[in-house]
Design a protein around this ligand. Structure first.
Ligand code: NAP
Length: 238
Protein backbone atom coordinates (compact mmCIF):
# COMPACT_ATOMS: atom_id res chain seq x y z
CA UNK A 1 0.00 0.00 0.00
CA UNK A 2 1.20 3.51 -0.86
CA UNK A 3 0.52 6.23 1.72
CA UNK A 4 -0.02 9.94 1.06
CA UNK A 5 -0.72 12.98 3.21
CA UNK A 6 -2.47 15.91 1.55
CA UNK A 7 -2.59 19.14 3.55
CA UNK A 8 -5.76 21.17 3.08
CA UNK A 9 -7.40 18.06 1.64
CA UNK A 10 -10.86 18.98 2.89
CA UNK A 11 -11.93 21.24 0.01
CA UNK A 12 -11.12 22.53 -3.46
CA UNK A 13 -7.90 21.44 -5.13
CA UNK A 14 -6.75 19.39 -2.13
CA UNK A 15 -9.96 17.34 -2.04
CA UNK A 16 -9.61 16.50 -5.74
CA UNK A 17 -5.97 15.50 -5.20
CA UNK A 18 -7.11 13.15 -2.40
CA UNK A 19 -9.73 11.56 -4.66
CA UNK A 20 -7.34 11.00 -7.56
CA UNK A 21 -4.59 9.65 -5.31
CA UNK A 22 -7.08 7.18 -3.88
CA UNK A 23 -8.08 6.13 -7.42
CA UNK A 24 -4.37 5.60 -8.08
CA UNK A 25 -3.93 3.16 -5.21
CA UNK A 26 -2.93 5.42 -2.32
CA UNK A 27 -4.27 5.32 1.22
CA UNK A 28 -4.78 9.04 1.80
CA UNK A 29 -4.53 11.01 5.03
CA UNK A 30 -6.84 13.98 4.44
CA UNK A 31 -5.61 16.96 6.45
CA UNK A 32 -8.05 19.72 7.39
CA UNK A 33 -8.00 22.75 9.62
CA UNK A 34 -11.58 23.99 10.03
CA UNK A 35 -13.58 21.75 7.64
CA UNK A 36 -13.97 18.74 9.97
CA UNK A 37 -17.14 17.40 8.35
CA UNK A 38 -16.00 17.76 4.75
CA UNK A 39 -12.67 16.06 5.51
CA UNK A 40 -14.30 13.17 7.35
CA UNK A 41 -16.92 12.72 4.63
CA UNK A 42 -14.23 12.65 1.95
CA UNK A 43 -12.03 10.28 3.95
CA UNK A 44 -15.00 7.90 4.36
CA UNK A 45 -15.76 8.14 0.63
CA UNK A 46 -12.21 7.27 -0.46
CA UNK A 47 -11.33 4.87 2.38
CA UNK A 48 -8.73 7.23 3.83
CA UNK A 49 -8.45 9.01 7.17
CA UNK A 50 -9.09 12.62 8.16
CA UNK A 51 -6.41 14.25 10.30
CA UNK A 52 -6.97 17.70 11.76
CA UNK A 53 -4.14 20.14 12.34
CA UNK A 54 -3.16 23.67 11.45
CA UNK A 55 -0.06 23.41 9.22
CA UNK A 56 1.27 26.68 10.63
CA UNK A 57 1.28 25.31 14.20
CA UNK A 58 4.76 23.78 14.11
CA UNK A 59 4.55 21.55 17.21
CA UNK A 60 1.06 20.25 16.59
CA UNK A 61 1.72 19.58 12.89
CA UNK A 62 4.89 17.67 13.82
CA UNK A 63 3.09 15.60 16.46
CA UNK A 64 0.15 14.75 14.20
CA UNK A 65 2.46 13.77 11.34
CA UNK A 66 4.49 11.62 13.76
CA UNK A 67 1.28 9.83 14.71
CA UNK A 68 0.60 9.21 11.01
CA UNK A 69 4.13 7.85 10.54
CA UNK A 70 3.76 5.53 13.53
CA UNK A 71 0.48 4.25 12.09
CA UNK A 72 1.48 3.69 8.45
CA UNK A 73 5.26 3.19 9.00
CA UNK A 74 6.19 5.34 6.00
CA UNK A 75 4.74 8.07 3.78
CA UNK A 76 5.34 7.75 0.05
CA UNK A 77 3.98 11.19 -0.73
CA UNK A 78 3.40 14.53 0.96
CA UNK A 79 1.36 17.12 -0.93
CA UNK A 80 1.70 20.57 0.64
CA UNK A 81 -1.52 22.09 -0.66
CA UNK A 82 -2.99 24.05 2.31
CA UNK A 83 -3.13 27.73 1.50
CA UNK A 84 -4.93 31.01 2.03
CA UNK A 85 -5.08 34.23 0.02
CA UNK A 86 -6.20 37.81 0.57
CA UNK A 87 -6.66 40.59 -1.97
CA UNK A 88 -5.60 43.95 -0.55
CA UNK A 89 -3.01 46.64 -1.04
CA UNK A 90 0.37 45.79 0.49
CA UNK A 91 0.46 48.87 2.73
CA UNK A 92 -3.10 48.25 3.96
CA UNK A 93 -2.52 44.60 4.81
CA UNK A 94 -2.76 44.05 8.55
CA UNK A 95 0.18 42.39 10.27
CA UNK A 96 -2.25 39.66 11.31
CA UNK A 97 -3.19 38.86 7.70
CA UNK A 98 0.40 39.11 6.51
CA UNK A 99 1.55 36.66 9.20
CA UNK A 100 -1.33 34.30 8.45
CA UNK A 101 -0.49 34.13 4.74
CA UNK A 102 3.24 33.56 5.29
CA UNK A 103 2.71 31.15 8.17
CA UNK A 104 0.22 28.90 6.40
CA UNK A 105 1.51 29.02 2.82
CA UNK A 106 5.26 29.00 3.39
CA UNK A 107 6.00 28.04 7.00
CA UNK A 108 3.26 25.38 6.87
CA UNK A 109 4.92 23.83 3.81
CA UNK A 110 8.30 23.78 5.59
CA UNK A 111 6.74 22.44 8.82
CA UNK A 112 5.07 19.46 7.17
CA UNK A 113 8.07 18.71 4.98
CA UNK A 114 10.47 18.78 7.95
CA UNK A 115 8.17 16.37 9.79
CA UNK A 116 8.34 13.73 7.01
CA UNK A 117 11.89 14.08 5.73
CA UNK A 118 13.73 11.93 8.33
CA UNK A 119 11.41 9.02 7.66
CA UNK A 120 11.76 9.42 3.88
CA UNK A 121 15.57 9.63 4.15
CA UNK A 122 15.63 6.44 6.26
CA UNK A 123 13.53 4.72 3.60
CA UNK A 124 15.62 6.21 0.79
CA UNK A 125 12.39 7.00 -1.06
CA UNK A 126 9.54 9.45 -1.06
CA UNK A 127 8.08 12.32 -2.92
CA UNK A 128 7.08 15.84 -1.88
CA UNK A 129 4.87 18.00 -4.09
CA UNK A 130 4.27 21.62 -3.17
CA UNK A 131 1.39 23.68 -4.52
CA UNK A 132 2.60 27.18 -5.38
CA UNK A 133 0.80 29.66 -7.66
CA UNK A 134 1.44 31.51 -10.90
CA UNK A 135 1.66 34.62 -8.71
CA UNK A 136 4.69 33.07 -7.03
CA UNK A 137 6.30 33.00 -10.47
CA UNK A 138 5.43 36.46 -11.72
CA UNK A 139 3.96 38.44 -8.79
CA UNK A 140 0.45 39.87 -8.42
CA UNK A 141 -0.53 43.40 -7.52
CA UNK A 142 -2.77 43.39 -4.42
CA UNK A 143 -1.54 39.91 -3.52
CA UNK A 144 1.99 40.84 -2.53
CA UNK A 145 2.24 38.79 0.66
CA UNK A 146 0.59 35.84 -1.12
CA UNK A 147 2.98 36.15 -4.09
CA UNK A 148 5.97 36.28 -1.74
CA UNK A 149 4.79 33.19 0.14
CA UNK A 150 4.31 31.27 -3.11
CA UNK A 151 7.67 32.41 -4.55
CA UNK A 152 9.15 31.10 -1.30
CA UNK A 153 7.51 27.73 -1.95
CA UNK A 154 9.24 27.56 -5.36
CA UNK A 155 12.63 28.44 -3.84
CA UNK A 156 12.07 25.91 -1.08
CA UNK A 157 11.23 23.24 -3.67
CA UNK A 158 14.48 23.81 -5.57
CA UNK A 159 16.68 23.80 -2.46
CA UNK A 160 15.08 20.78 -0.81
CA UNK A 161 15.18 18.87 -4.12
CA UNK A 162 18.97 19.32 -4.23
CA UNK A 163 19.39 18.29 -0.61
CA UNK A 164 17.21 15.18 -0.84
CA UNK A 165 18.06 13.90 -4.33
CA UNK A 166 21.01 11.81 -3.06
CA UNK A 167 18.52 10.06 -0.74
CA UNK A 168 16.26 9.14 -3.65
CA UNK A 169 13.57 11.64 -2.73
CA UNK A 170 12.02 13.90 -5.37
CA UNK A 171 10.63 17.34 -4.55
CA UNK A 172 8.56 19.21 -7.13
CA UNK A 173 6.09 22.00 -7.36
CA UNK A 174 2.80 22.53 -9.20
CA UNK A 175 1.98 26.14 -9.98
CA UNK A 176 -1.74 26.60 -10.66
CA UNK A 177 -3.25 29.43 -12.63
CA UNK A 178 -6.87 30.46 -12.05
CA UNK A 179 -8.74 27.42 -10.70
CA UNK A 180 -12.45 27.39 -9.88
CA UNK A 181 -12.60 26.86 -6.11
CA UNK A 182 -13.93 28.72 -3.09
CA UNK A 183 -10.67 30.71 -3.02
CA UNK A 184 -11.92 32.59 -6.09
CA UNK A 185 -15.55 33.06 -4.98
CA UNK A 186 -14.71 36.67 -4.08
CA UNK A 187 -14.58 37.77 -7.72
CA UNK A 188 -17.62 39.38 -9.38
CA UNK A 189 -19.03 38.17 -12.70
CA UNK A 190 -17.37 41.08 -14.53
CA UNK A 191 -14.02 40.47 -12.85
CA UNK A 192 -14.23 36.79 -13.80
CA UNK A 193 -14.85 37.75 -17.45
CA UNK A 194 -11.79 40.03 -17.39
CA UNK A 195 -9.64 37.28 -15.91
CA UNK A 196 -10.87 34.75 -18.48
CA UNK A 197 -9.93 37.16 -21.26
CA UNK A 198 -6.34 37.04 -20.02
CA UNK A 199 -6.13 33.24 -20.24
CA UNK A 200 -4.92 32.22 -23.72
CA UNK A 201 -6.84 28.92 -23.62
CA UNK A 202 -9.97 30.92 -22.75
CA UNK A 203 -11.11 28.71 -19.88
CA UNK A 204 -10.64 28.51 -16.13
CA UNK A 205 -8.77 25.56 -14.70
CA UNK A 206 -10.41 22.92 -12.53
CA UNK A 207 -9.13 21.12 -9.43
CA UNK A 208 -8.79 18.04 -11.67
CA UNK A 209 -6.23 19.87 -13.84
CA UNK A 210 -4.04 20.32 -10.77
CA UNK A 211 -4.68 16.82 -9.41
CA UNK A 212 -3.62 15.34 -12.77
CA UNK A 213 -0.30 17.20 -12.57
CA UNK A 214 0.23 15.94 -9.02
CA UNK A 215 -0.53 12.36 -10.04
CA UNK A 216 2.00 12.63 -12.86
CA UNK A 217 4.76 14.12 -10.67
CA UNK A 218 4.16 11.48 -7.99
CA UNK A 219 4.34 8.64 -10.53
CA UNK A 220 7.22 6.59 -11.87
CA UNK A 221 6.74 8.46 -15.16
CA UNK A 222 8.31 11.47 -13.43
CA UNK A 223 11.18 9.51 -11.86
CA UNK A 224 13.85 11.76 -13.49
CA UNK A 225 12.08 15.02 -12.54
CA UNK A 226 12.99 16.88 -9.37
CA UNK A 227 13.25 20.52 -8.29
CA UNK A 228 10.85 21.61 -11.03
CA UNK A 229 7.82 23.85 -11.13
CA UNK A 230 5.06 22.59 -13.41
CA UNK A 231 2.83 25.50 -14.46
CA UNK A 232 -0.83 24.56 -15.02
CA UNK A 233 -2.40 27.84 -16.03
CA UNK A 234 -3.95 27.73 -19.52
CA UNK A 235 -1.02 29.76 -20.86
CA UNK A 236 -1.60 32.79 -18.62
CA UNK A 237 2.04 32.81 -17.47
CA UNK A 238 4.59 31.45 -19.93
P1 NAP B 1 -9.60 26.58 -0.98
O1 NAP B 1 -10.72 26.01 -1.77
O2 NAP B 1 -9.79 27.88 -0.29
O3 NAP B 1 -9.12 25.48 0.08
C1 NAP B 1 -8.08 25.78 0.96
C2 NAP B 1 -7.69 24.53 1.71
O4 NAP B 1 -6.58 24.87 2.57
C3 NAP B 1 -8.80 24.00 2.59
O5 NAP B 1 -8.81 22.60 2.53
C4 NAP B 1 -8.40 24.48 3.99
O6 NAP B 1 -8.80 23.59 5.01
C5 NAP B 1 -6.89 24.42 3.88
N1 NAP B 1 -6.25 25.24 4.89
C6 NAP B 1 -6.30 26.60 5.03
N2 NAP B 1 -5.61 26.97 6.12
C7 NAP B 1 -5.10 25.83 6.66
C8 NAP B 1 -4.29 25.56 7.79
N3 NAP B 1 -3.85 26.54 8.59
N4 NAP B 1 -3.94 24.28 8.05
C9 NAP B 1 -4.39 23.27 7.26
N5 NAP B 1 -5.17 23.47 6.18
C10 NAP B 1 -5.52 24.73 5.89
O7 NAP B 1 -8.31 26.79 -1.87
P2 NAP B 1 -7.85 26.07 -3.22
O8 NAP B 1 -8.21 26.93 -4.34
O9 NAP B 1 -8.26 24.65 -3.22
O10 NAP B 1 -6.27 26.19 -3.04
C11 NAP B 1 -5.44 25.09 -2.72
C12 NAP B 1 -3.99 25.51 -2.93
O11 NAP B 1 -3.81 25.92 -4.30
C13 NAP B 1 -3.57 26.72 -2.08
O12 NAP B 1 -2.25 26.54 -1.65
C14 NAP B 1 -3.67 27.87 -3.05
O13 NAP B 1 -2.82 28.94 -2.70
C15 NAP B 1 -3.23 27.20 -4.34
N6 NAP B 1 -3.68 27.92 -5.54
C16 NAP B 1 -5.01 28.06 -5.82
C17 NAP B 1 -5.38 28.74 -6.97
C18 NAP B 1 -6.81 28.94 -7.36
O14 NAP B 1 -7.07 29.67 -8.35
N7 NAP B 1 -7.78 28.36 -6.68
C19 NAP B 1 -4.41 29.29 -7.81
C20 NAP B 1 -3.08 29.13 -7.48
C21 NAP B 1 -2.72 28.42 -6.35
P3 NAP B 1 -10.05 23.87 5.99
O15 NAP B 1 -11.23 24.25 5.13
O16 NAP B 1 -10.22 22.55 6.69
O17 NAP B 1 -9.66 24.96 6.95
Amino acid sequence: MKYALVTGGSRGIGAQICKELSENGYFVYVNYNSSYEKANQLAAEIGGKAVGFDVSDTENAKNKINEILIECKHLDLLVNNAGVSEIELFNFTSQENADKILNINLKGTLNCSRAVVSSMVNNKSGCIINISSMWGQCGASCEVDYSASKAGVIGFTKALAKELAPSGIRVNCVSPGFITTEMNKKFTKDELEDIRDEIPLGIFGTPADIANAVIFLASEKASFITGQTLAVNGGMII
